[in-house]
Structures are given as C-alpha cells and as structure tokens.
Design a protein. Structure first.
Length: 357
C-alpha cells in the first residue's frame, strides 16, 4: 500500500483535481483506492457528486471519534474506489485538538487501526500548512506537490520542501516528494523557462507526466465526476492515465522505508524465520509487552524492545495453530491496533489473533 498526500499551501494549484482524477485513473488500473478528503472546503467530495446530506460520518470523525474507522466512514464512488468525505465541520479540528499531545498523529493512528485493504490511499489537503496538512504528511510515505505555472507556485514548492525537512527533523518521518506540473499550457516562452527551472531545481523529484491545461476539468467538476469518467478521450484523461502509469512504474525502484514500514505495521504479527515477529508502534510508551495464551496470560507479559525507528518488536517461537494475544502498554491491556483479526473475550473486549501454519 502506498499512502500519498496531495499538498501545497498555494491555493488553486490543482491538488483536488489531481487527487480525484488520479484516484479514478488508479482504480481503472484495477487498484483498490481510497481517497480521503482532508480539506474543510470538501471539494474532492463535491467532485464525486456528493453533498453534505449524503453522509453522516466524515474525515472529521477519523480525527475525533476514536471508534470510527475508515471502514465505517467511506462512501463507494465506483468499483474499487472509496472516498471518506469532508465538509465544513473539519475546520473545527484544529481548535478541538488544541493542546492534545498526539494531535498531529490522529489521522495516522486512525489509519493504522482501520482495515485498509487498499493499494493506494490519496489524501487531499487544504491550501495551508496547518494541523490537517501535518496529519496528512505524517500518515503518508509520499507527497505529490502540484505546481501550476507561476513563480508564486515555485516559491510554494520550496516552502513545502522546508516543511518536509522540519517534519524529518522533529519526528524522524521521511516523506518522499514528487513535484507535478499541473494546469500547464506548455507553449508560452515563460512556461518553458519555468519547466527548465523546475527540472534543474527538483531533478528526479519532478514527475515526467505533465497535466496540461484544458477546460474539460472545469466542465467535469460541474458535472460532479472526474474528467476520466466525463470525457475518457480528452487530454486531461490521458494525462492522468499517464500519471497513474508513471507512479505504478516507480514501484520497483522505490525503496522507501516509510512505505515498507506501513505495509508491515498494518498487518499485525508476521511469521518469519525463527518465530513470529510482533511489531507495535507506540512511540510515547515506556514499556510494551505482549501477553497471550502462549504465556498463560502472564500479567507482566513478554517484553518488546524499542528499535531506533521508535517501533517496538519481539520475536517469539510459537507452536502451530491459532494464538490469542494482547499488548500491555504502560500497564494498559490493548488489542493489537494493526491487526483486524480479533475474537471477543470474556471481559467484553477483544483479543487479537495470530495463526501459525
Ligand atoms: N489542468 C487544468 N486545466 C484547467 N483547469 C484546471 C486544471 N487543473 C485545475 N484546474 C482548475 O483550477 C481550479 C483549482 O483547481 P483545484 O481545485 O484542483 O486546486 P486546489 O489546489 O485543490 O485548490 P485549493 O487550494 O482551493 O484546495 C479549479 O477550478 C479547477 O477546475
Ligand atoms: Mg483543493
């Protein structure tokens, strides 16, 4: 699974156009795709023809209601394409989470608890670098930064890269940037000069695909569907099919640790050589242990060790069959937030399950 934010603090540079059309293009390539509308303007929601009356749960709930997961909140746009919608209530998140310790990781933590059976997750951000954008970046392994042909936009991309550097420094989280030329009419001389500058400054980060300027995008937005569905033969539809192809082609060469880690962390314990590897992401914890039927539900549990990347791990030799377990995090017993396989226990809660063949 690849999680990709669409972000740029400059307004109107094509974030939502890219998020919705790329989501549709990826789904057409038989990928399972989730688009999270992470902008209180709700433009991605509108772009798929949904109005606020069409949904009761939204991205707001992923931030603020701990038992609402993606699987409770998504709307089905088409086969293989899901949308978590957003509306104006999302603008209250910043204020409601003021002073909360983990406020920048709310979205990431929610995605980790959700089932997430997706190949791609796209997160459409608002035109600012506030709490919502930070949450999206901390949840993502990659970010597409659309840049429209203006020098303000170039400045905004530089700012965005500074933001990524701050994120790396403060939280150790690396996000791979892709710069996308969006809404480009490539004929005027100044646009060509700008393209040369982008190439020189961003090199490999600059995507080969160019999303050309075409009125079809505005028409499609008015019709409440992405241009790929509105006019599949148009230039815009071709551009987004090319972008989906380019991103898919990168998969082989991308060795992004953030993406690999996500994949591991979203699937609970894994059978590896020498036993079963338990990995748990509790960055603020002082002690993490695992307990279960394999240690007669010991109240101290078997300790996990903290790795340099902040993830806790331990390897246990377990016999074949089904095992039930829970984590003990600073004394609190929890089911595994990254494992959707659970069974009810006698205390009215849930035990996580791992099966060894
Ligand atoms: N390639 C394009 N050709 C023509 N019009 C475009 C193109 N890309 C975007 N637009 C138009 O530009 C406007 C802004 O695009 P969009 O909403 O995607 O930007 P945004 O970055 O998401 O804006 P915001 O910052 O407000 O979220 C829209 O009206 C959209 O239809
Ligand atoms: Mg937008």
């Amino acid at each position: 699974m690849r999680i990709i934010a669409l972000a740029n603090q400059k307004g109107g540079c094509g974030k939502t156009t890219c998020a919705t059309n790329l989501a549709a293009a990826l789904a057409m390539r038989d990928n399972r795709v989730l688009l999270i509308d992470n902008d209180p303007q709700g433009h991605a929601t509108l772009a798929f023809g949904f109005r606020e009356r069409d949904f009761s749960l939204s991205t707001y709930d992923l931030y603020l209601t701990s038992d609402i997961l993606v699987e409770d909140a998504f709307l089905e746009v088409s086969r293989g394409l899901h949308l978590v919608p957003a509306g104006i209530e999302l603008s209250a998140v910043e204020q409601e989470l003021a002073g909360e310790k983990d406020r920048e990781r709310r979205l990431r933590n929610n995605l980790r608890r959700s089932a997430m059976p997706y190949d791609y997750v796209l997160i459409d951000c608002p035109p600012s670098v506030g709490l919502l954008t930070f949450n999206a970046l901390l949840a993502s392994g990659e970010v597409i930064i659309p840049v429209d042909p203006s020098y303000y936009s170039l400045q905004a991309v530089r700012k965005m890269r500074e933001t990524l550097a701050v994120l790396r420094e403060h939280s150790g989280h690396d996000v791979l940037p892709h710069v996308l030329m969006s809404d480009f009419d490539t004929r005027p001389l100044f646009v060509r000069q700008l393209m040369a500058e982008l190439d020189e400054e961003f090199g490999r980060e600059l995507l080969d695909t160019i999303v050309h300027h075409t009125v079809r995008f505005k028409e499609a937005a008015g019709a409440g569907r992405p241009v790929i569905g509105h006019d599949p033969e148009s230039r815009g539809a071709m551009d987004f099919r090319a972008l989906a192809r380019e991103l898919a082609g990168q998969e082989v060469e991308l060795g992004i640790p953030a993406v690999d880690r996500w994949d591991v962390l979203l699937h609970g314990p894994r059978v590896v050589t020498g036993g079963v590897l338990f990995e748990a992401d509790f960055p603020a914890a002082k002690r993490v242990a695992v307990t279960g039927d394999f240690c007669a539900w010991s109240t101290t549990g078997l300790p996990l060790e903290r790795r340099p990347d902040g993830v806790w791990e331990c390897r246990l030799e377990l016999g074949s069959g089904q095992h039930q377990y829970r984590y003990i995090v600073d004394g609190v017993w929890l089911p595994d937030p990254n494992n959707s396989r659970t069974v009810p226990n006698e205390f009215g809660g849930a035990n996580s399950v791992v099966v060894v063949a």
